[in-house]
Design a protein around this ligand. Structure first.
Ligand code: BES
Ligand code: MN
Ligand code: ZN
Length: 504
């Protein structure tokens, strides 16, 4: 995508669509009089009569007559200037992105001044615009043979701003990288499970490693057997598809120290196994690799922006199927860590694959762990479809993570994990742990089980079962995969590069 930065000069507009933010009091925007003088002295009157709206996110499109170089003006209401935040800018520009996609526009010009206030500078506006327009324009193309949706060819965006050109360009690039990575993750989640197998996911990761110079390891069934990864192997037993453990290493320093491990659940399809899901409950389980997609998306941003923090990504990928070979309730399995597990429910498979992945991340030098997974229906019951549930064993580490989540606007809420919960996880007549202590508060048991393998390593668990797939179009994108946590994980790594926690 081409970006053009131009000093604020309304005679220099070179796009199809001009985007103008309209706060409650547009007359206070620097340059407003000039804007009115250039385009139409009737603009203030139209604001007064409501033909141009100032309510937050209200859009009015106006075709232009032939004396203007552009075809349309898109006025978007901003409400009170003071109340504008980064998150509100994201909502505004995602709505603009959707509008541009609907109109199949090829280019747009954004005048930055109306979107700024005491806290938000032109750079913030450019960053938000680039990130959110990219997110708002996302469409999954799928496999329709008679698609009438032509490739929209939006290819150029111009900013009118008096701020420093290099800084604006950098802000634009970071925003564009964020949108690209989230959209890649969305596509992985939207892909059908007969196409996106564990093997395919490993191929995708291998390409990523080549592009960004990551070290990569891909373990297949044989390697897992040699290492004793009994947990992921148990989940894979009923499948004709081979499992994959995908490991990417981003080395920021000469020594492999102070490493953050990002661990993703990559279940490419979850039938529930012998604890079979209902036919309605199974539909949509192609998205059970949303955690893996989030980790791969974050690695894309890390590969592009190259923060000064060592990162290891570990993705455990398999489907959860049934056959004469499949694992079953009552089985006892031995995980890579050596801990034994009594299987009470084969549909609690995510925590099993994550157990081995977390152990492998630790064995590979991770000093901090964040696992991301579409782990439980329980998180949806607890928090709804718009909040990611979290657990942690380290308050300070979690606080740092929350800062990143506040910055990206991806809502995260922590649930407790008590000694009593741990006691119930460890209750089994035949093994060290059981994989399903009960339905009451089972988000906590799902994540808490993974925590048993993190041990004393500072750890955060993110349950994205509710947030990974949107049931309907939302602010930042269409129905379907959201790419949730891609931006927060990457932003966290960037921020964490400059922070040192005590005791670590
Ligand atoms: N993949 C599911 C969780 C899920 C549910 C993701 C809905 C997305 C939407 C997970 O493997 C699962 O089946 N969890 C069970 C756990 C139970 C058996 C303890 C659940 O939440 O019902
Ligand atoms: Mn399951
Ligand atoms: Zn699952």
């Amino acid at each position: 995508m081409k970006t053009i930065i131009t000093k604020t000069n309304f005679n220099d507009i070179s796009s199809e669509v001009l985007i103008v933010g309209v706060p409650e009091h547009p007359e206070n925007v620097q340059g407003w009089d000039e804007f009115v003088a250039t385009f139409s002295s009737r603009i203030p009157e139209w604001v007064k009569t409501g033909d141009i709206k100032t309510g937050f996110k209200e859009i009015v499109k106006m075709p232009t007559l032939n004396e203007q170089p552009f075809k349309r003006v898109l006025f978007i209401g901003l409400g009170a200037t003071k109340a504008l935040t980064e998150d509100k800018l994201r909502q505004v520009f995602a709505a603009v992105g959707k509008e541009l996609a609907t109109n199949k526009a090829e280019s747009a010009t954004i005048w930055t001044a109306p979107f700024t206030n005491g806290k938000l500078a032109c750079e913030d506006v450019v960053f938000a615009a680039s990130e959110s327009i990219g997110l708002g324009m996302y469409r999954y193309e799928g496999y329709k043979t008679s698609s009438n949706e032509k490739d929209h060819s939006f290819n150029s965006i111009q900013f009118l701003s008096n701020a420093d050109e290099d800084e604006l360009k950098a802000a634009f690039e970071v925003g564009a990288v964020h949108a690209y990575a989230v959209n890649e993750a969305r596509t992985l989640v939207n892909m059908p499970p007969n196409i996106l197998t564990a093997t395919k996911m490993a191929e995708y990761a291998t390409e990523l490693a080549g592009k960004y110079d990551f070290e990569i390891e891909v373990l297949g069934k044989k390697e897992m057997e040699e290492l004793g990864m009994g947990a992921i192997l148990a989940v894979n037993k009923g499948s004709v598809e081979e499992p994959r453990l995908i490991v990417l290493k981003y080395a920021a320093t000469d020594t492999w120290e102070d490493v953050v491990g990002l661990v993703g659940k990559g279940v490419t399809y979850d039938t529930g196994g012998y604890s079979l899901k209902t036919k309605d409950g199974m539909v949509g389980m192609k998205g059970d690799m949303g955690g893996a997609a989030a980790v791969l998306g974050a690695m894309t941003i890390i590969g592009e922006l190259r923060p000064s923090k060592n990162v290891i990504a570990v993705i455990a990928s398999t489907d959860n199927m049934i056959s004469g070979e499949a694992f079953k309730p009552d089985d006892v399995i031995t995980s890579l860590s050596g801990k034994t597990i009594e299987v009470l429910n084969t549909d609690a498979e995510g925590r099993l694959v994550l157990a081995d992945a977390v152990t492998y991340a630790k064995q590979s030098g991770a000093n901090y762990l964040i696992d991301v997974a579409t782990l439980t229906g329980g998180v949806i019951v607890a928090l709804g479809m718009d909040k990611t549930g979290a657990l942690t064993n380290d308050e300070a580490f979690f606080e740092e993570f929350m800062q990143a989540s506040l910055e990206t606007g991806e809502f995260v809420w922590r649930l407790p994990l008590t000694d009593n919960d741990k006691k119930r996880l460890r209750k089994s007549d035949v093994a060290d742990l059981n994989n399903s202590p009960g339905r009451d508060g089972h988000m906590i048991f799902g994540g808490g089980f993974v925590g048993e393998f993190a041990g004393n390593t500072p750890w955060i668990h993110l349950d994205i079962a509710g947030t990974s797939d949107a049931p309907a179009a939302h602010d930042l994108g269409p129905k379907g995969a959201t790419g949730v946590m891609v931006r927060t994980l990457a932003t966290f790594i960037e921020r964490f590069a400059d922070v040192e926690l005590e005791d670590n």
